[in-house]
Design a protein around this ligand. Structure first.
Ligand code: PHB
Length: 411
């Protein structure tokens, strides 16, 4: 065969393949394959379960709305939070499993590493947790239903100055992209409101829980009004609260504040009384009083048992993420595999979530939502609860609003 004949043959074969593919997906038009990238083993396994349950509850509570489509979830393990496995997961889900949409990503390095694959794959990719602001700038197919650390940390910095009247702060943060965002977001707002960050302490990585003692001892010796902490939830959160108590920091006049990642609902009861009085900012807590959260929790406990750990912010991000996918399926009349159309259908999408009203910002593809200033209190039932002190409505990602560093739009 001449070169030209080979090229023509290849083109014909490609058309046949596409046609075959289209026929197959038409025949199965009702089935939507969602490729789910979550840490099913390792440090994030508990979070993956919280998120699986969040999605499951959305599908259960909205079974009628989803018809005539059928959502099939294909799960892949992103393992350690370093991006390596997540990137391979994304490649395999797209090329072998031929998924219509990608979703998941607990840890920012996993979403960052997957970004070039997502762009090449041209499928909608719903970030259900990873919270580093600039991630959505890495691919036009990313839409985020979780949060950014700039949203919670910026509001916490503002409230630490204005509500708590703190003048000085020390920041301790897990030393990877969302931790750096937490530091920057808190510091920007706190100092704008007249406070001063007097020390910033990198406190280990996202995988192994460090011994926080040396970091918090340094913070105690700095004598700030508040110690602001970000860690990526899980067992690190429990260790933060334990170390703060063990070092007698409260009695020394240092108040512990943080993003809600330091008091995830699924860890709160196990923290016990030492968590009482902690002040954090987040977009969800299991005690939020709205009809969607009531229905969500009722179904959750019915499914997983009255003694199950409650849903937390990661469950809410996954619940909302599945709602976003179902919206895109319906809005594209089943053609959610057209990534550009799927993304477009979500720009400006509004939804009544268990966390309150949410929207996808049409400019940034990030979520816009309420942030709540919460205090941990002990209820008459003997359990710990989150009491909302202040609601800040419709918070956008401040890193993009202020166009800071990699958050600035590409020129
Ligand atoms: C992240 O890696 O972006 C991340 C993980 C866990 C959290 C928050 C952010 O709780």
């Amino acid at each position: 065969m001449s070169k030209r004949t080979i090229a023509a043959f290849a083109a014909a074969a490609a058309t046949a393949l596409t046609a075959g593919g289209a026929m197959t997906s038409q025949a199965l038009a009702q089935e939507v394959k969602v490729g789910m990238i979550l840490p099913y083993t390792g440090v994030g396994a508990e979070i993956a379960q919280q998120m699986d349950r969040g999605m499951e509850q959305y599908l259960k509570l909205n079974a009628n709305e989803i018809k005539p489509y059928k959502i099939t979830i294909i799960k892949r393990d992103s393992k350690a939070p370093n991006g390596a496995a997540a990137k391979v997961d994304a490649q395999e889900l797209l090329t072998q499993d031929k998924v219509d949409v990608l979703a998941g990503w607990v840890y920012s390095p996993d979403a960052i590493a997957s970004a070039p694959v997502v762009t090449a794959g041209k499928r909608l990719a719903v970030i259900m947790n990873a919270g580093t602001s600039f991630i959505t700038n890495l691919s036009p197919y990313f839409v985020r239903t979780s949060f950014t650390l700039w949203q919670s940390s910026y509001v916490m910095g503002d409230q630490a100055a204005k509500y708590m009247h703190a003048k000085t702060a020390v920041v301790a943060y897990t030393d990877y992209p969302p931790g750096k965002d937490a530091l920057a977001g808190f510091k920007t707002a706190f100092e704008k409101a007249g406070g001063k960050v007097i020390d910033a302490i990198p406190a280990g990585g996202p995988e192994a829980t460090p011994d926080f003692t040396p970091f918090f001892q340094r913070a105690k010796d700095d004598h700030p009004d508040v110690l602001f902490v970000f860690v990526p939830a899980g067992d690190q959160a429990t260790a933060v609260v334990k170390t703060y108590a063990a070092l007698g920091m409260k009695a020394a006049g240092v108040k512990l504040v943080g993003t809600g990642d330091i008091v995830p609902d699924n860890k709160l009861q196990a923290m016990g009384d030492m968590a009482v009085g902690l002040i954090t900012v987040h977009h969800y807590n299991a005690d939020l009083d709205n009809p969607q959260n009531k229905a969500f929790k009722a179904s959750w406990y019915k499914t997983y048992g009255a003694n199950a750990t409650p849903p937390d912010f990661t469950s809410a991000g996954a619940y909302d993420g599945m709602a976003a996918i179902v919206h895109a399926v319906k809005a594209t009349k089943g053609k959610i595999y057209d990534g550009a159309a799927a993304v477009k259908s979500l720009e400006g999408w509004k939804f009544a979530s268990p966390q309150g009203p949410i929207m996808i910002d049409p400019q940034t593809r990030d979520i816009v939502m309420n942030e709540y200033l919460d205090e941990v209190v002990k209820g008459s039932d003997g359990k710990l609860h989150e009491k909302v002190l202040v609601t800040v409505p419709n918070v956008k990602d401040q890193c993009k609003m202020l166009a800071i560093g990699p958050c600035a739009p590409k020129k």
